[in-house]
Design a binder for this molecule. Structure first.
Ligand code: PGA
Length: 240
C-alpha cells in the first residue's frame, strides 16, 4: 500500500491528480465512484477543473460502488442521486456511460451478476476509488466479507447504520448492494480516501493490523497498486 499524507487543503487536488492521470492515459477508463464525505473534496476539484477547461471526463465509464436498499428510484439519499448532484451532472460524463446498482430489481442476484459481467466484458476496472467505513467496510462489504466475494445484496452492519444517520433517512435501510471485493481487487489501480480524526483508528488497523476479513479494508493491502490517501488527522496513529 502506498500511503500518502497531505493537508486537508491539498487532499482534493492530490486525489484529482490521480483521477486525471488515469483519464488522460486510458482510452476509456472504467472508474468506480463512491459516495460519502471522503470523496467530496475530490469531486469538488474535478468539477472545478472541468469548469475551468482543464479536465474532461467524457471518456469515463462510471460505475456506482454501492446503493441503499429500500429507497425508491430517484430518492435524494440514493447513491446514484448524490453522484449525479456531486459529480456526474456537473461534468461531461455522458449519461449513457453511467452505470449503477438498482436494488429494486425483481431478481437482484441476476442484476448483480450482470453488473460484474459488464465490468469484466469492458476489460475490468481501471481505477477503483473507495472510502473506508469506520468499521473497515469497503463499499458495503461489511466485516466478514471475504476477498473472493462478488457484487451482491448485503445486510448492513450496526455501525454503518449508526453512521448513516447523517444522511437524514426517515427509516434507515437495513440492507444494501455493493460491488464485491473480488471485482475491486481485480482493478488495475485502487485509490482509498480517508479524512478526519474519526478515521484514525480504522486507518491504523487497515495498515498495521492483521490482514483479515474482519477489517475488509486491510484486504486491500494485497493489491499491488493501491494508494491510501489520508489527511493528517486520519494518519495520526500511523508511525512516521
Ligand atoms: P464517509 O463514508 O466517507 O462518509 O466517511 C465512507 C464509507 O462508509 O465507506
Amino acid at each position: 500500500m502506498n500511503i500518502v499524507v497531505v493537508s486537508p487543503e491539498k487532499f482534493g487536488n492530490t486525489a484529482a491528480d490521480i483521477v486525471q492521470r488515469v483519464t488522460e492515459n486510458t482510452e476509456a477508463p472504467n472508474i468506480t465512484f463512491p459516495t460519502g464525505d471522503s470523496p467530496l473534496p475530490l469531486y469538488r476539484e474535478l468539477v472545478n477543473r472541468y469548469q475551468h477547461g482543464k479536465l474532461s471526463l467524457a471518456n469515463v465509464q462510471a460505475f456506482g460502488l454501492d446503493e441503499w436498499g429500500e429507497l425508491e428510484p430517484g430518492h435524494p439519499i440514493r447513491c446514484i442521486s448524490r453522484m449525479k448532484t456531486q459529480l456526474y451532472s456537473e461534468t461531461d460524463i455522458p449519461v449513457e456511460q453511467i452505470y449503477y446498482l438498482e436494488p429494486n430489481t425483481d431478481d437482484l442476484d441476476v442484476h448483480c451478476e450482470a453488473y460484474d459481467k459488464r465490468i469484466a466484458d469492458m476489460g475490468g476496472l481501471t481505477l477503483s476509488i473507495l472510502g473506508i467505513g469506520i468499521n473497515g467496510h469497503i463499499g458495503f462489504n461489511e466485516p466478514g466479507s471475504k476477498a473472493t466475494v462478488r457484487t451482491r445484496k448485503i445486510q448492513l452492519a450496526d455501525r454503518t447504520l449508526n453512521v448513516s444517520q447523517k444522511y437524514g433517512f426517515d427509516k434507515t435501510p437495513s440492507w444494501g448492494v455493493t460491488l464485491g471485493l473480488a471485482t475491486l481487487l481485480e482493478s488495475k489501480e485502487i485509490l482509498i480516501l480517508a479524512t478526519g480524526a474519526h478515521k484514525a483508528e480504522i486507518v491504523h488497523l487497515t495498515v498495521n493490523g492483521p490482514e483479515t476479513s474482519d477489517v475488509p479494508s486491510s484486504l486491500m493491502r494485497r493489491h499491488p497498486n493501491c494508494t491510501l490517501l489520508l489527511d493528517e488527522a486520519a494518519a495520526q496513529l500511523l508511525k512516521k
